[in-house]
Design a protein around this ligand. Sequence first.
Ligand SMILES: Nc1ncnc2c1ncn2[C@@H]1O[C@H](COP(=O)(O)OP(=O)(O)OP(=O)(O)O)[C@@H](O)[C@H]1O
Length: 593
Amino acid sequence: MVFTKKDYKSSDVLRLAFEASPVCTVLHALLSVTYAALKTAILALATANFVDTATEILQDVRPQGDIYWPLALLLLTLGVFTTIGAVTQLLCSRINLNLQRKLKPAVVRIHAALDFKHIENAESWELISRVSRDPVKSIMDGFSAFMQLLQIIISVSSVLILIVTQVWWAALVILAFSAPMFGLSLRAGKKTYQAGREAEKFNRRTDYLGEVLTGRDNVDERTIFGYDDEINRKWQEQYKAGRILQLKVTAKSFLITKSSSMIIALTALFVALTLISPVVNGQMTAGMFMGVMGAVFSMIQQLGFQMSRSLESISRTGEYMKDLTAFTQLSEAKDALSEPDVEPIAFESLEFRNVRFQYPSGDRLILDGLSFRLEAGCHYAFVGKNGAGKTTITKLLTGLYTEYEGEILINGKELREYSTSALKALFSVVYQDFAKYYISVKDNILIGDIHTKGKEAQAAHLAGLDETIAELKHGIDTPLGKILEGGQDLSGGQWQRVAIARSLISHAPVKMLDEPTAALDPISESRVYSDFEKVMRGKTTVFISHRLGSTKLADEILVIDDGKIIERGTHDVLMQANGQYAEMFEAQREWYQ
Ligand SMILES: Nc1ncnc2c1ncn2[C@@H]1O[C@H](COP(=O)(O)OP(=O)(O)OP(=O)(O)O)[C@@H](O)[C@H]1O
């Protein structure tokens, strides 16, 4: 199942359910129609038959034995319809399961292919989380509402036909009073979804604060700072604001739909009163009166309560579909889902020529005329103040943002002309906030190159993980973190080495370390960098670090400030130049004296 870019309507839920589970959907529709068309009317006739026979037996007009057949018919009718109801519910669960299996991956696929700018933009991120929170529930709610509406229409029509045969005008009165309720229910559904959309902002905040209050990641700081009460208060504020917003709309829609349901109920009562006279005059049998009244009350239930609920739900589905339309139309990154090429291109050089770049949601240039050239086989270090634009360079290199001015040339060819799979194979980056996967050490490393199997032990060795792995219960197969059974946690430094092993196993000829060692003490950091440098001798590396002792090893250091290179050269050259680098280096040296 795939979501194409189109204008989705609420009725598309029927098509989506059919695509996910064709046989069950058709069966469901057929059974729903049969159930609705026959149940109320047949039950009314069977009740009438039973009551009339019983009355005649009591009046000694008929023998007692005559009751068995109408009774059996009544029980059979009830049994058949209860079974149909249960089968329909089973089919619904089946459709739900198939949707889970097919729809969720389709949403995840769009999610994974999205242009990176949408992930970083608050507004589009809200849309994305609204659509992907529980797509199956939204579709199933809509599907069930449509099916229920179909049932109501058929069932109400069959009852109306029955009423028309007895008192024709009563049917018209009921219809006339129901009409305004349709519009009101649709409006109520739209308002409920829109309130949900507003409340989503609060939900996301409460989700986040909830995670801060109970999550494992914050447990140490929570204990030290003892901020539970304060965060709890904030959580309650946000929760209350979201709930009040939703409650207001729910209460309003409840009042509107329920008051109109009351009008229909009163109308039905009026019909019941008018039927008394035909019964007294002998134009209608008592059995038929009871059968018709049973049908009328079942119709009230359907018209007054179920119908308003279905219409409201369809309207909510319509709003969800508007979000789905906007979601599918968000721009995708080029070849976002492609895997890295198995064989990376032979890297020769990388050049930034007067590159200017501003984040789509930003209001200033982050890179402002940035120019530099890197050659294959050398070690480089980018240094500069916080926010100078160092990480931004890695985001442009890996193709996360392509809307820059100037040129970025790889082997003399513009970066945008390379396929995403080629770029993925060319660069490997270990970020400051690298991911910790709660899977085995081996799988953590293999993520670095999905094409390479069997080299994880070597990568672990090069990253200095031998000792750590030897201490783990099941060696390299030990699950990390506390999510899997038997999982063991690692120290910050050990996790960093796992992330570096992930980079080492990759075939990427250009490896970048964007300060993944920030949590390490200077000696460990310097060991990580010198180990990495040794392993990477003759290959191209880019280190980003604030610890200038570590970047000293680089063949060339590039100092970035205000989105430009302000100095470049070896450590000695830069020290002699006595510029920003020398100033930063001296300042750091003083800390250790
Ligand atoms: N997605 C984004 N949208 C808007 N602005 C951003 C985004 N990401 C980063 N920035 C801004 O771009 C600037 C450069 O950020 P970048 O992460 O490249 O700096 P850095 O040199 O790596 O900093 P540090 O040394 O602190 O890691 C910062 O001012 C930051 O606020």
